[in-house]
Ligand binder design. Structure first.
Ligand code: 2BA
Length: 108
């Protein structure tokens, strides 16, 4: 068995979860925050049989789009540094996916 951990954008979550549920995959949705943008994203936990990993990754690929986002970096120096903030464009998502071996799975 494998655990698929997928970090996606909030906007893509409803459509992706709906599709996974329709295909009878178990999904847990968690609210998460990206370390770089410090804005909300969604983390999904999906437990599957080994032979289902590719199907789930394909569904994630189909439902998650990459988007451009403007972000203004925070100053790195100490007080007194002259700092003129300007926004930079960052490409976020489709999805960041981790596939992990599950040693033991029980429902009690
Ligand atoms: P964030 O950390 O908020 O990153 C959002 C996007 O900002 C990233 O998109 C990437 O395009 C950009 N970015 C991240 N760090 C950067 C840096 N040091 N300099 C310039 N640009 C940077 P994605 O790569 O698609 O990642 C989307 C979200 O997936 C991340 O949100 C984070 O929550 C998660 N993630 C990505 N890689 C991860 C990893 N190795 N481990 C755990 N979570 C990860």
């Amino acid at each position: 068995m494998k655990l698929i951990i997928s970090i996606i954008q909030d906007k893509d979550a409803p459509r992706l979860i709906e599709e996974l549920m329709e295909k009878n995959f178990g999904v847990t949705k968690m609210a998460s925050t990206g370390g770089f943008l410090k804005s909300g994203n969604t983390t999904l936990l999906i437990g599957v049989d080994d032979n289902q990993v590719d199907e789930v990754v394909d569904i994630i690929d189909e439902k998650c789009r990459s988007r451009k986002q403007m972000v203004t970096p925070l100053p790195m120096g100490g007080p007194g540094d002259s700092y003129v903030p300007y926004p930079i464009e960052v490409k976020v998502g489709g999805a960041t996916i981790f596939v992990i071996n599950v040693d033991r799975f029980e429902k009690i």
